[in-house]
Ligand binder design. Structure first.
Ligand code: SF4
Length: 451
């Protein structure tokens, strides 16, 4: 495993700095292992039920070219890149105490220049470091960023904020979702601790109409050349020019790319064929958006109810991020009415007077599609106990839910044998992300291909 991780670092560096894919192609497959069934000859490990890619082709026995083509060297993370149309936040629970975004925003505010101007006022300096002021800023200049990135990516949305923060207006959230709807080739991962507002937002039948209206507004705005918006043969509004929305004065003037048109075709109008300025959009199709994956962040058992909110709302995929994990969690015990719901294996149950588990009827909720877990980073980081992670991982394996272990954080298991092994503060890099001698990098099948 030591060798595997060294090779991995070399490969990452080589590819990140443009150090010739050809050289990488000659490297042998790097990793073997996994508890799921193997699909012969494809270089993939898949589960029988969901088709879980593990390490994306880095499996022993996978033949060279196919394995390398599927190799994802850019990051070892649950997202490829982040998109931050909003910045600023305020804490809601213990998981926010050492907020990474808060520290970064504080550092950026001290940098000077244009960057500092964007982050000044979002945090204030206290003895322990920067603290959120509760001010949220909408970055108009970044709103359309995903539309100009042609390569499909897994995009984490608003990591420098919480998209469902109470200080953000519904109109702003609509605007962000309008971009998500049009940029259909990306997968957007929206993570929140404000699960109730997220549930209300996605459950509101007016939400897709408002998002469609926002998209329709772009399409119906006169182009910079004074031209009218075009209408496709399918009655879909097509903007001749999409400006950088209400932005910085540096409007972009590019022809409408074909891949935007597909995104715009998600808007449904009451009268197909009419000009978008004359007809009100009536919805989005499909809804919920297939390229939008909402998730909740849960740090301990008392915050497990956020998962209940996630299960109650419409979504194409649902996932939970147990990071920073601060205590043992029981995903099999989501409070639901008079009983509980097992969000990994599915099924409602209650505990009878003798302590026995009794199945009961309940709302038809889907089980989770993905679990991410990890420890905390930063100055005051709290350690994550290996047994909490192991329990979570083992439950995911049993339920065939992909499990992604992101990192130990600042603390890692020290020397010695279980169960007396202690945790040692070694720093994030040294702690790494091996759990029981292997990397847990499982992804749901619906993630877009990396090539
Ligand atoms: S909700 Fe997220 S961004 Fe906001 S304070 Fe908490 S951890 Fe930080």
């Amino acid at each position: 495993m030591q060798i595997c991780s060294q090779w991995n670092i070399k490969l990452s560096l080589a590819l990140r700095f443009g150090d010739l894919r050809g050289r990488v192609r000659r490297q042998p497959p790097l990793f073997a292992g996994g508890t799921h069934d193997r699909l012969a000859g494809t270089g993939r490990l898949v589960s029988a039920r969901r088709g879980i890619d593990i390490w994306r082709g880095l499996t022993a026995g996978s033949s060279g070219a196919a394995a390398i083509r599927r190799y994802r060297p850019a990051r070892e993370d649950w997202y490829d890149t982040s998109w931050n149309p909003t910045a600023g936040c305020s804490g809601v629970s213990p998981g926010c105490d050492n907020c990474w975004a808060m520290r970064v925003a504080g550092q950026l505010a001290r940098m000077g220049g244009a960057t500092a101007a964007r982050y000044t006022g979002l945090t204030k300096m206290e003895r322990a470091g920067p603290v959120w002021t509760g001010v949220i800023r909408v970055r108009d200049d970044l709103l359309t960023w995903p539309l100009y990135r042609r390569q499909p990516r897994r995009i984490a949305v608003s990591l420098m904020s919480d998209l469902f923060h109470e200080a953000l207006t519904t109109a702003t959230i609509d605007l962000v979702h309008a971009v998500i709807a049009v940029a259909h080739w990306h997968t957007f991962l929206v993570l929140t601790k404000r699960s109730q507002r997220m549930r209300d937002y996605y459950s509101d039948p007016q939400t897709p109409c408002r998002i469609a209206e926002e998209i329709g507004r772009w399409a119906s705005e006169p182009s910079q050349n004074g031209g009218s918006p075009a209408v496709s043969a399918r009655g879909t509004a097509v903007p001749t020019i999409l400006t950088s929305i209400r932005s910085t004065g540096r409007a972009r003037t590019v022809s409408t790319p074909q891949h935007w048109i597909v995104g715009f075709s998600r808007v449904r109008y009451a009268t197909p064929g009419a000009t978008p300025s004359a007809v009100r959009p009536v919805g989005l199709e499909p809804w919920p958006l297939p390229n939008l994956w909402p998730g909740v962040s849960v740090e301990d058992q008392s915050r497990i109810g956020r998962i209940g909110d996630l299960l109650k709302m419409p979504a194409a995929m649902r996932w939970v991020c147990f990071e920073p994990l601060l205590d043992r969690v029981m995903p099999e015990a989501i409070p639901a009415g008079d009983g509980y719901f097992d969000c990994l294996a599915g099924g409602h149950y209650t505990i009878d007077g003798r302590g026995r588990v009794v199945s009961i009827e309940g709302p038809r909720w889907p089980p989770l599609d993905w679990v991410v877990a990890g420890g905390e980073i930063g100055v005051g980081a709290r350690p994550v106990q290996p047994d909490w992670l192991r329990a979570l991982r083992d439950q995911c394996i049993a339920a065939r839910v992909p499990f992604f272990f992101r990192q130990w954080g600042e603390w890692a298991p020290g020397s010695g044998e279980e169960p007396t092994r202690t945790l040692v503060r070694v720093g994030k890099r040294a702690a790494g992300r091996l759990l029981d001698s292997r990397i847990w990098d499982e992804l749901p099948e619906a993630f877009p291909p990396d090539e």
